[in-house]
Write a protein of this length. Structure first.
Length: 624
């Protein structure tokens, strides 16, 4: 049925309407108190429509609608559909599906706390989203310092004879060994939730009560632990800025508009203190006034928010929707949520502070974009200069650089570093342990690594062509446009002989001398000199330095493991398994030497006798 005929049968009831284009794609989702009046308004005279709506209406090829019992139900359904389909003409949070959250698995007997990017209805609690990955990692590190919860990944704590190291340093209650019950552990998890909700005052009261109860029951060790935890929480609270009198929880929402996107800033005020802030970038806000943008954001943000404050301060809202949104949020929270547009006083000052921060952040984002464009231009110039200097037919998109690292011929390793369009592609870096060469022979080592790389690449390309391997599974199928060998003519000659043998002579390769910064080409006596102030030289140096760093790092890891193995071989009762577990638990020989008996005993596979042997070995060496 054509759209103009469907308009005649629209009901005068609340609901959601959906517009599709000729391809059947959803291009807009909206809600209405009366579907009949709202949808028909799109197809009236275009004089009263915004430019955005005027551009959308000719693309509407089909219309669907869903009737709901109330406007609140329509609002919830609208938010769900926008998040699922991300229609072209709706405002939506930029990349909100990729934001990290802190997940607390309350559906488990002994809940875990970890970072996730998937939000599903599984009974867990999600805190976020966090717009900076660094922020969520910082929060998790702080939680580990303040609260004793398990960090093992299994859904159920693995059954152990002895607890892990975290228990001995007071960072886990030890449910794996039955050292705590479900109720006691759940109290710690509830305190984490209070902290993440910004309800530190409630958390302090809760901790004080538990501390006093422990002291009255003569559990002095537990009381001391709670006292230390209480002190740490108070230190965090002292660092928070008091911005408003009174204990109420508030969110302050402000916005700033740029050329192509809008930045919305939220200040989280809990108990009168500024506990944090987040920013979000909105797309699709062109030709919309500020009130419409804020209203669209409020609907999407609080649809997925885990905690709702008592009051939300806003720079403005669409008046017709304010009442239904307030009603929806109140139902979701279970108590009254007020939406206010302050005109003066302290609340207006808070809003202006948030607006200032949004504007500054948007300026910073736009400057970073400008800087990124300049970097891109510089990289393109560098690749062009490099192609001209080396006589390449076109600028090389993919550069690969190889380096060898060893100590007097032992633990010889090689690195393969990849730059694409002048930028490091760290997920494509590869490292090699040299297998066929004994002693310090960089030429033979280079032949081995180049041979392994291109032979593997050739095999993978054949398997991909026959459908036996996917490009996602392959690791070496991408071929370079240019190869840089960290070394002079000898290393280059060794690499070229293998490339020719495997049928890759057509790929240009150059040797980079370490000191003179000269590039050597096969068959040419004179090296290529890149000007000292050229972008091309800077790019080649970055590529070489990255290859050297990657090789040396791998070499040190192997050498450290070898030293640890040889040293711990002298300790009675320490075999390969215990050696691995010690390295896994402490990370380095130095940390093992500093560990106490309790920490050594807590390592998987260790017992008191073995721990004493390790402890005595290092401390006797120190005394000597």
């Amino acid at each position: 049925m054509p759209v103009n005929e469907k308009l005649q049968y629209l009901p005068a009831k609340p609901g959601v309407y959906i517009y599709r284009d000729m391809a059947g794609e959803i291009i807009y989702v909206g809600k209405a108190v009366s579907l009949k009046n709202r949808v028909r308004s799109y197809f009236q005279s275009s004089a009263n429509l915004t430019p955005k709506v005027r551009a959308m209406v000719p693309k509407i090829a089909d219309l669907e609608y869903i009737v709901t019992d109330s406007e609140v139900e329509a609002l919830i359904l609208e938010s769900n559909l926008i998040k699922e389909h991300r229609p072209r003409y709706n405002v939506f949070l930029k990349d909100d599906k990729s934001y990290p959250y802190l997940k607390i698995t309350l559906n488990e007997d002994f809940p875990r706390v970890y970072i996730t990017r998937r939000v599903i209805k599984d009974g867990a609690r999600y805190f976020g989203p966090y717009t900076r990955v660094g922020a969520v990692h910082e929060t998790l590190r702080l939680l580990k310092k303040l609260f004793p919860f398990r960090t093992c990944k299994q859904k159920e704590p693995p059954v152990r004879d002895r607890p892990c190291l975290n228990h001995y340093i007071k960072r886990c209650l030890g449910p794996c060994c039955g050292l705590t019950g479900k109720q006691e552990y759940r109290k710690a998890v509830d305190e984490i939730c209070l902290f993440l909700e910004g309800r530190q005052e409630d958390l302090v009261k809760h901790l004080k009560k538990r501390m006093e109860e422990a002291a009255e029951a003569l559990r002095f060790e537990q009381a001391a632990e709670l006292r230390d935890q209480l002190r740490a929480v108070n230190e965090v609270m002292e660092k928070q800025k008091i911005v408003f009198a009174g204990p109420e929880d508030r969110d302050v929402v402000a916005m700033a508009r740029g050329i192509s996107e809008t930045c919305v800033m939220i200040f989280f005020i809990r108990g009168g203190k500024l506990t944090g802030r987040e920013h979000y970038l909105l797309q699709g806000t062109e030709d919309m006034d500020r009130r419409e943008v804020v209203t669209a954001f409020i609907k999407q943000y609080y649809h997925q928010a885990d905690f709702l404050p008592r009051e939300v301060l806003l720079p403005g809202m669409v008046e017709e929707e304010a009442a239904v949104i307030s009603r929806w949020l109140s139902e979701k929270k279970g108590s009254r949520v007020n939406l206010r547009v302050p005109k003066r006083g302290e609340k207006r000052g808070l809003l202006e502070m948030a607006e200032k921060n949004a504007l500054l952040l948007l300026d910073q984002i736009e400057q970073e974009k400008l800087s990124a464009r300049q970097d891109k231009d510089n990289l393109e110039a560098a690749l062009g200069e490099l192609a001209g200097a080396l006589g390449l037919a076109k600028p090389p998109y993919r550069l690969e650089c190889y380096d060898i690292s060893n100590t007097q011929g032992t633990e010889t390793v090689a690195s393969m570093v990849v730059f694409e369009a002048g930028r490091p592609q760290k997920d494509q870096y590869r490292r090699f342990k040299i297998k066929t060469v004994d002693g310090p022979n960089d030429f033979a080592s280079m032949q081995e690594v180049i041979g392994r790389r291109f032979k593997r690449g050739k095999e993978e390309r054949e398997l991909i062509n026959t459908g036996q391997l996917s490009t996602k599974e392959a690791k070496f199928h991408r071929l370079p446009d240019c190869v840089i060998i960290d070394g002079g003519k000898g290393q280059l000659s060794a690499a070229r002989s293998v490339m020719q043998e495997l049928g890759f002579a057509h790929i240009p390769a150059f040797g980079l001398a370490k000191q003179e910064e000269l590039l050597f080409k096969e068959g040419e006596k004179e090296p290529v000199f890149l000007p000292r102030d050229s972008h091309a030289l800077y790019l080649v140096q970055r590529l070489r330095d990255e290859a050297h760093r990657f090789a040396v790092t791998y070499h040190r890891q192997l050498r450290s493991k070898r030293n640890l193995k040889s040293l711990l071989d002298e300790v009675d009762g320490i075999g390969p398994k215990r050696r691995r577990e010690l390295l896994k638990a402490f990370g380095s020989l130095e940390d093992i030497s500093r560990a106490g008996l309790g920490e050594l005993s807590a390592v998987e596979g260790m017992n008191k006798k073995a721990a004493e042997a390790v402890y005595n070995y290092f401390h006797q060496k120190e005394e000597k």
